[in-house]
Ligand binder design. Structure first.
Ligand code: MN3
Length: 248
């Protein structure tokens, strides 16, 4: 496990590699996707980090909802493997140096290795930022939009939870902002996401939940609904609010 000092240093390297570089490389909104919708960058859709980015919290930060052992394996084995395999898959190709947004916008033309590992790399970066303990809740703006789209906040949670529960096999549940600026919920198989040109639903992801068994099996075994219920205790609403604001 990383000690505090190491974690801070890793974090600095990460912001240097991802935050600043991508902010500079990605000033204007990108147009992509078959429906030519504008999706604004929020930092992690930029050029892949040159080093594997650190986890933004300690392994035990989300206990008891997500246990330390699961976090360690999920981050250090699964996420790291997606990162390494993705970097190897784009090395020496025309994709090297391109933003993740650009790569995802032509993913139907790329290899399965790029699609699965690129998706896995991005989705987990996204997921870690989605998680925190003790965040407040949706902002007034997001809260109004959730009520408008789903009827109420509780109804949104129910719809999102159902999308996560009913995703057959491995995949993700998403809250995303469509090109029409309306909120919607959907689930994707494997490591696909709403930034990919081949996704049946497209838009800016705001909240994602990993429902691969590796995300919960050690603690919850076959009880995926219990893991989904626990997830609501560790949603980083500050990040969801921030992404919503940027995307709007
Ligand atoms: Mn995972």
């Amino acid at each position: 496990m990383l000690n505090a000092k190491k974690l801070i240093m890793e974090r600095r390297k990460f912001f240097k590699a991802v935050g600043l570089v991508t902010a500079a490389a990605y000033v204007s909104p990108k147009v992509f996707g078959s429906d030519q919708k504008q999706v604004k960058d929020s930092g992690i859709e930029g050029v892949p980090a040159s080093e594997f980015p650190p986890l933004p919290f300690s392994y035990d930060a989300l206990e008891p909802y997500i246990d330390a052992r699961t976090m360690e394996i999920h981050y250090d084995k699964h996420h790291r493997a997606y990162y390494t395999n993705f970097m190897n898959a784009i090395k020496g190709t025309a994709l090297e140096g391109k933003t993740l947004s650009d790569i995802f916008s032509t993913i139907s033309k790329q290899t399965d290795a790029v699609r699965n590992n690129g998706g896995g790399y991005y989705n987990h970066l996204f997921f870690w930022r989605n998680l925190a303990k003790g965040s407040s809740g949706p902002s007034n703006d997001l809260s109004s939009a959730l009520t408008k789209s789903f009827g109420s906040f509780d109804k949104f949670k129910e719809i999102f939870s159902n999308a996560a529960k009913t995703r057959f096999g491995s995949g993700w549940a998403w809250l995303y902002l469509g090109g029409d600026k309306k909120l919607a919920v959907a689930s994707s198989p494997n490591q696909d996401n709403s930034l990919m040109d081949l996704s049946p639903f497209k838009g800016t992801p705001l909240l994602g939940l990993d429902v691969w068994e590796h995300a919960y099996y050690l603690k919850y075994q076959n009880k995926r609904p219990d893991y989904i219920e626990a997830f609501w205790n560790v949603v980083n609403w500050d990040e969801v609010n921030r992404r919503y604001k940027v995307a709007m």
